[in-house]
Ligand binder design. Structure first.
Ligand SMILES: [Zn+2]
Length: 341
């Protein structure tokens, strides 16, 4: 499951190929991902220019020039890859038959379902390049080799400057929808969400106010999307470690009796922002350095301080403790019992 830094990395990677460019072709190969795609999805996107690409919690928000927003959640296995259209001359619309598509695909390409293809406009750029072409393409800063799972390429977006953006999702827990920009904040996806952890709205005062008098433990407080949006198990563990706070201790310790933030609240907010910023920076450098064919946008390995390190030595200098795993709220919590108190 990609967490906030991975989604932010995907956002940054897509920004240059989406913003200011128009969808000239949308190949929709399924009617649904986790949920059905919106009615006339391909048709509604085609011809629209992307004005802005934002992120809210783990959602990507593609703002379009006609006032709708393409909302994308990557689910568990959703990923984007960027290639370019083949350099061969476009197949004339009148010849854009199945056989022409097969030829230009080197006989390997899969065809869009006839019912869905009707939505695609005529006089389009050429159909999808084959695998090899896409892997050689250097448009954008990275490409991704799909290998054998091209059958999970569910959506292919061709942009006006030639970029071909493929959405691949093996398990199909991802979803996309179109929401009017004016209704975004009131939408069921977004209205319950708390503050963005990297925004100025997440302060020690805010967290203390939300924690005051609560019975829940620190980890549960941070996992609550209504309080802080987009934090998941990994970065909650990492932030609590960095702040030196025990995950199972009561969240009420973040506030004084009068509701003011305690030093623990100050430390925790700083730690949350720092672990996320570090992970996003790591993702950014992964994008810049990306050369390997087996990497992919939004899937990079971090070196975590506690997450996944059960039984290993604590990395805090001079601590000498060992990282422990404990079930908490149905998830594994990793922490150091020696220095997280
Ligand atoms: Zn320790």
């Amino acid at each position: 499951m990609p967490e906030l830094p991975e989604v932010e990395t995907v956002r940054a990677g897509l920004e240059t190929v989406l913003c200011g460019h128009r969808f000239v072709r949308v190949d929709q190969r399924r009617r649904d991902l986790r949920f059905p795609l919106p009615e006339r999805f391909a048709e509604r996107l085609t011809g629209r220019t992307v004005v802005r690409l934002d992120r809210r919690a783990k959602y990507l928000l593609v703002h379009l020039d006609h006032g709708e927003v393409l909302v994308i959640h990557l689910g568990m296995t959703g990923r984007f890859s960027i290639g370019s259209a083949p350099r061969s001359p476009p197949v004339p619309a009148s010849h854009s038959t199945d056989s022409a598509r097969r030829r230009s695909d080197g006989g390997q390409g899969r065809l869009t379902a006839p019912a869905l293809r009707r939505a695609a406009p005529r006089a389009n750029p050429p159909p999808m390049a084959n695998q090899a072409l896409r892997e050689r393409a250097q448009l954008g800063q990275f490409t991704h080799a799909h290998g054998k799972d091209a059958k999970h390429d569910h959506l292919v977006f061709t942009m006006s400057h030639g970029a071909v953006i493929t959405y691949n999702d093996a398990r199909r827990f991802g979803y996309m929808t179109l929401i009017p920009e004016s209704g975004l904040n009131d939408h069921a996806y977004f209205s319950p969400l708390g503050v963005e952890p990297l925004s100025a709205r997440l302060t020690a005062h805010y967290l203390a106010a939300r924690a005051a008098g609560k019975k829940l433990d620190l980890k549960a407080l941070l996992m609550d999307q209504r309080i802080v949006a987009g934090l998941g198990n990994i970065y909650v563990c990492e932030a609590l470690f960095r702040a030196g706070l025990a995950p199972y201790k009561g969240a009420a310790r973040l506030a004084t009796r009068t509701g003011k933030p305690t030093p623990a609240a100050e430390r925790l907010v700083a730690a949350i922002k720092a672990v996320l910023a570090d992970a996003i920076a790591a993702g950014g450098s992964t994008l810049r350095d990306y050369k390997q064919a087996d990497g992919s946008l939004g899937r990079f390995q971090h070196h975590f301080a506690v997450y996944g390190r059960n039984g290993e030595p604590c990395l805090r200098p001079g601590c000498g403790g060992r990282v422990r795993r404990k079930a908490q709220g149905g998830r594994s919590t990793f922490y150091c019992p020696a220095c997280q108190r």
